[in-house]
Structure formats: C-alpha cells, structure tokens
Write a protein that binds this ligand. Sequence first.
Ligand code: FOL
Length: 192
Amino acid sequence: MSHFALIVAATEELGIGVLNNLPWRIPKDMAFFKHATTVIPKDSQGQNAVIMGRVTWESIPSKFRPLDNRFNIVVSRNTSYDLKLAKAENTILVDSLEKAFEAVDPIQHPRTFVIGGAQMYNLAIQHANCSHILLTRIKSKIDCDTFFPKIDEDQFRLASHQELENYVQQSVPEGIQKHKELEYEFTLYLKK
Ligand code: FOL
C-alpha cells in the first residue's frame, strides 16, 4: 500500500467529538475538508479514498452519505453492518483498517484519507505509511468526549503554509480565522 493522510479538526486539548458528533459547525472548515479530500494531484485520475470508522459514517448527515466524488470505505467489525445506502455506489464495508488500505488501488484512488474517528485515528497515526496530517486547530475551549492522539513532534513536523497550499492545490487562509465566537487555523504536519 502507499502512503495516506489523516484529516481532522481538533481543539488544543485534541478534542474532536461529543456524543458521536462534531462539537462545532464551521462551514469554511467543512468546505476545506471537502476540497482537500476530493482534489486529486495533477496528472492522476480517479477519485480519492476516504476511510472512516462506523461511528463517523453514522455521524455524517444522510444527505451527504456517501461523501460524493470520493470512494467511501467504512470500517466495522460487524461484517453484516447495514450501511443503509440511499445511493448504492461508491461505498464498501470492511472489517479492519488494514483491509481498508488493501481495498485502495493507488491507480484508481490517488490519495487516501483517514477521516475518523478516534479509534481509526489512533491506529492510523501509528502506521508507518501515515505521511500527512491535515489538522484544523480549534483555538476555543470546547467540551469533548472523544480525542485525537498526540502528534509526536519527533515523527512529524509542522509544514509551512506554502507546503499546505501545494498539497491541497488551492489557496488557504493563513493564520487565525474566526467563525462567530470560534477561532481556528489550518495546519499540515508531515512525516519527518
Ligand atoms: N476534518 C476537518 N478539518 N473538519 C471536519 O469537520 C472533519 N470531520 C470529519 C473528519 N475530518 C474532518 C468527520 N466528520 C461531513 C460530515 C462530518 C464529518 C465529515 C464530513 C460531511 O457531511 N461532508 C460533506 C460536506 C458537508 C457540507 O458541505 O456541509 C462533504 O461532501 O465532504
């Protein structure tokens, strides 16, 4: 298998969720998520793959499921889990993260993103092929019951803003952004 990225929005305390949902709604971060996970590198073809745990799958509003223009891979130990797909295309169920990676053909799916939740992130961040972490850092204190693992600074370095823009092939607002009472910042970490 080839390398993959994690994408996440997390507070300074690395909170990512509460009651099986996102603790905030930041439209420009959601637009960033959609763009970053959909855009494919120049001179490649196909659609990126997004890998998620079953709880994250259920947290996505059904009208946005499966995430369009992306190959959706849902991980559940329950091999007869009912995805309840309205539109049948573009989604598979696998029973481990390793099987999710095996299901990705790098020719058809140029980039792979692990999009949550905590259990998937915990396994994926330790994986040798985890090369990128797109972290939207939420600066406000928000109560969460689910957390992203600590990013080991010996293994990952904070990339420059230019490296972030190159990766997502789009301009990204630099520095602290505001949405209502929330402050946040787009960052990228790269495997050293
Ligand atoms: N990464 C970042 N930066 N922000 C997030 O909110 C985020 N969320 C998840 C994973 N990584 C993230 C997991 N949760 C949708 C909903 C929840 C979700 C991920 C995606 C979703 O519905 N996405 C639609 C767009 C929805 C909209 O426009 O409001 C999509 O097409 O991507």
